[in-house]
Ligand binder design. Structure first.
Ligand code: PLP
Length: 403
């Protein structure tokens, strides 16, 4: 059986985790601080806070920006549930919009969806390919769009426009116009969940890059407190002699990252560019080589003059098939002991969002992308002979269903 996305667990990771366990300090501490510094250096943003998931990272940012009932957040219909669920948690309204043929949020659809209640746009770097951020940022900075914005607190007032919060769960290390994901928008959130490019088992990072006059370091310190109950001292500083007393300055969240997780992250980040991304790119290119010879295959775009993917997942589409045919193809691939997936079932098709009144017919491009899509395995330990097993299984399955 070829699994879909096992993590890379080698001796280096085992040693790093064991060293942390033996050190006696296992929760948030020096390793997490170091991991945050290395991530900031890597992505080129202003300040970074590690948390226990991307979902928690997105949520504390919406909370920091003061999202509440009556506000609207623009989210692509084609994403994982986290992007929209966190908006619901704040009591704000999710405004789904359609995507383009490249799987990314459509600029035109964003423009049409903006109202005086819009506070945040959450583009998703699907498959690791960055969205068109220059265009999205110029849109929110446009005079008439700024004029619509109705701030409800000091932070919103200070920004003076819609915030761009990118769900970059897939795109650590991706490039856009010579800048890395993490430094492309006001705030970027990465995921280090077990299936992501860089994993700490569970985890995420909030990369701050807010414009002047915001002080990103100061905001980061505030978010650190928010991620730990609103408590003025973390566990490590409370341990210092005579330093037991602390205060609670707000009813915060509990979503800090542990040093065990950061130990894994430090190992992975060190070898991310030259080892992990190089390997993933190789797998993408091998898939391209095989499928470009078949007329039924629609290959994903993952590199242009301006953008370079982080090669997170390979989104193959089959031309001219129905959703039902796609499902049959997937069953036949599984019959050949190869695990594939679909990224993603659009959220308006999910029971909660369907019951909330969203209709999939309103997002035709997202539906078309979804209905013909099969995600192929991409991970560090996928060898060339295994790649051949995958491509053979896909080709046989497609031929048996469409001919
Ligand atoms: C994985 C994923 C998330 C959530 O990441 P967690 O770290 O598990 O919270 C959010 N958005 C997208 C697009 C994802 O794929």
């Amino acid at each position: 059986m070829i699994p879909f996305s096992p993590p890379r667990i080698d001796q280096k990771i085992l040693d790093a985790v064991c060293d942390t366990l033996r050190s006696g300090w296992i929760t948030t501490g020096p390793k997490t601080r170091l991991f945050e510094e290395k991530l900031t250096e890597f992505s080129g943003n202003a300040a970074t806070l590690c948390v226990n998931s991307a979902t928690a990272g997105l949520e504390i940012i919406l909370h920091w920006f003061g999202l509440q009932e009556g506000d609207e957040v623009i989210v692509p219909a084609y994403t994982y549930c986290s992007t929209a669920n966190v908006v619901v948690h704040c009591g704000a309204k999710v405004v789904f919009v359609d995507s383009g043929e490249d799987f990314l949020i459509s600029l035109k659809a964003i423009e049409k969806a903006i109202t005086p209640r819009t506070k945040v746009i959450m583009p998703v770097d699907l498959a690791g390919f960055p969205c068109d951020y220059d265009e999205i940022l110029s849109l929110v900075k446009r005079k008439e769009i700024r004029a619509l914005f109705q701030p409800r607190n000091d932070r919103q007032n200070q920004l003076g426009r819609i915030m761009v919060l990118s769900d970059s769960a897939h795109s650590l290390g991706a490039w856009y116009k010579a800048k890395r994901a993490g430094s492309l928008t006001d705030v970027t959130v990465f995921s280090f969940h077990a299936v992501k490019n860089l994993t700490t088992a569970e985890g995420g990072a909030v990369c701050l890059n807010l414009p002047e006059p915001f002080d990103n370091n100061q905001i980061c310190n505030g978010l650190r407190i928010k991620s730990l109950h609103g408590q003025t001292k973390d566990a490590l500083s409370k341990m210092q002699i005579g330093s037991w007393r602390y205060d609670i300055i707000e009813p915060g969240f509990k979503c800090n990252m542990t040093d065990i997780q950061s130990a894994m992250g430090l190992v992975e980040l060190e070898r991310y560019d030259n080892d992990m991304l190089a390997k993933r790119k190789h797998i993408f290119q091998e898939y391209d080589k095989v499928f470009s010879t078949y007329g039924w295959a629609q290959l994903p775009v993952y590199e242009t003059e301006e953008k370079k993917s982080s090669y997170h997942v390979y989104l193959l589409r089959i031309k001219g098939i129905t959703e039902e045919q796609r499902d049959r193809i997937i069953r036949k691939i599984f019959d050949r002991e190869v695990a594939v997936n679909v990224h993603f079932v659009p959220l308006p098709m999910m029971t909660y969002y369907k019951n909330a009144g969203y209709r999939m017919e309103d997002y035709p491009v997202a539906y078309d992308n979804y209905s013909r899509e099969i995600t192929l395995p991409v991970y560090y330990d996928l060898s060339d002979p295994m790649i051949k097993e995958v491509t053979d299984a896909v080709i046989a399955a497609v031929k048996s269903v469409i001919s």
